[in-house]
Design a protein around this ligand. Structure first.
Ligand code: IMP
Ligand code: MG
Length: 179
């Protein structure tokens, strides 16, 4: 796709994404088979497309909640000052919480959210991320499930944005700046 100042090059197509998501959902369904209170917490806004596809492949009764934190200021630089814009509405104590995230980059966002939710004494707390950029990690975060490990590229689509745009692309593409 051609944009002013940059192009978007497809990296992971819709079929590739769905096949991997189905496999992850099968693992997740098995893992939480005996959980009585599985609560899926979707990290807004980036994870909404991924989460919608993922939960429809999980064959267990799940409750859903949503959380939004600010970590990026419409640019490509991660801010370390993580702020909760929208907290979950559920009482998570005693629940098996599965945090669904679009991408783990420096790890600051996840670390902050995990610390916050852990204080509320869930029965378990795990992360499922669609994408992982381990080469950019600044703090230790190990997602239990991750869809794809990707190189240090800025990506958009399938929920992820650049300046609030391109979340609606049905694939993941890398942003290539014009020289
Ligand atoms: P972290 O705190 O550096 O791990 O950043 C995680 C958040 O930054 C993610 O939830 C995304 O919203 C955003 N982010 C990181 N890398 C990308 C990217 O390549 N494209 C779009 N958003 C990104
Ligand atoms: Mg995000």
């Amino acid at each position: 796709m051609d944009q002013k100042g940059y192009v978007i090059e497809e990296m992971l197509g819709a079929n590739t994404l769905l096949a991997r998501i189905k496999a992850m959902a099968a693992e997740i369904s098995l893992h939480y088979e005996n959980a009585d209170h599985l609560l899926v917490v979707v990290m807004l806004r980036g994870a909404f497309v991924f989460a919608a596809d993922l939960v429809r492949e999980i064959n267990l009764p799940v409750a859903m909640d949503f959380m939004e934190v600010s970590s990026y200021n419409d640019g490509m630089q991660s801010s370390r000052n993580v702020q909760v814009l929208k907290d979950v509405r559920s009482d998570i104590s005693g629940k098996d919480v599965l945090l669904v995230e679009d991408i783990v980059d420096s790890g600051h966002t996840m670390k902050h959210v995990l610390q916050l939710l852990q204080q509320r004494q869930p029965n378990s707390l795990s992360v499922c991320t669609l994408l992982d950029k381990p080469s950019r990690r600044e703090v230790e975060i190990q997602p239990r499930w991750r869809g794809f490990e990707i190189p240090d590229e800025f990506v958009v689509g399938y929920g992820l944005d650049y300046g609030q745009r391109h979340r609606n692309l049905p694939y993941i593409g890398k942003v290539k700046m014009h020289e």
